[in-house]
Design a protein around this ligand. Structure first.
Ligand code: ATP
Ligand code: SKM
Ligand code: MG
Length: 182
């Protein structure tokens, strides 16, 4: 279905960034399927490496340790081509991470904070979920460095979002010289 988009991507990976709960994991899986890409999720990789859940990592070794693990996982995954990578909401906070993200096409999924609050109200797996406004304030200018910003309506389905991404990808394909090579 998306053969021409696949061709125009030249195997370049796609990084989904944005606040917790915007749908990076949900949309990433669907998008990867449509593109015949593999799917990775930095949060899942961290849990696999540590054999701990994210709340356990935060509680037992702190956010700084989590950010270090996140950085290491990103560095390792950045060698992969033809992949959609759902990142953790805070991956943008470390400047060094941008040199890896910029090896791919970076898409910012942006959803109103009120919608995020509703989605995450019952969620016990996101240690920073009670600080959404503060985090968004801190991160907006960082997320804005993405190649593409997708403003998602409250009632937009994951499938419709993927369709929109597929339509927009050709408008933001970078030329070879624009990718950072670390
Ligand atoms: N477009 C959507 N419409 C309705 N619900 C959605 C949509 N996208 C995601 N969700 C729901 O919102 C919740 C959070 O989605 P998801 O886990 O994909 O977010 P995330 O961006 O990966 O979050 P995190 O950064 O914490 O990993 C899930 O329960 C998911 O089913
Ligand atoms: O926004 C954040 O800082 C986070 C988002 C999640 O994806 C996880 O990476 C973790 O819960 C922290
Ligand atoms: Mg996720």
């Amino acid at each position: 279905m998306s053969t021409s988009i696949e061709q125009s991507l030249h195997g370049i990976s796609i990084y989904l960034i944005g606040m917790m709960g915007v749908g990076k994991t949900t949309i990433g899986k669907l998008l990867a399927h449509q593109l015949n890409y593999r799917f990775f999720d930095t949060d899942v990789l961290i849990e696999r490496v540590t054999q701990q859940s994210i709340p356990e990592i935060f509680a037992e070794s702190g956010e700084d340790n989590f950010r270090e693990l996140e950085h290491q996982v990103l560095q390792e995954i950045s060698v992969e081509t033809k992949s959609v990578i759902a990142t953790g909401g805070g991956i943008v906070e470390r400047q060094i991470n941008w040199s890896y993200l910029q090896q791919g096409l970076i898409i910012w999924l942006d959803v109103e904070v009120e919608v995020l609050k509703q989605r995450l109200a019952e969620d016990q797996n996101r240690p920073l979920a009670d600080k959404l406004e503060l985090l968004l304030q801190k991160r907006s200018s960082l997320y804005a460095q993405a190649d593409l910003r997708l403003k998602i309506a409250a009632n937009q389905t994951p499938e419709a979002i993927v369709e929109q991404i597929l339509e927009l990808i050709p408008t933001v394909i970078k030329s070879e010289s624009e990718f950072s090579h670390s």
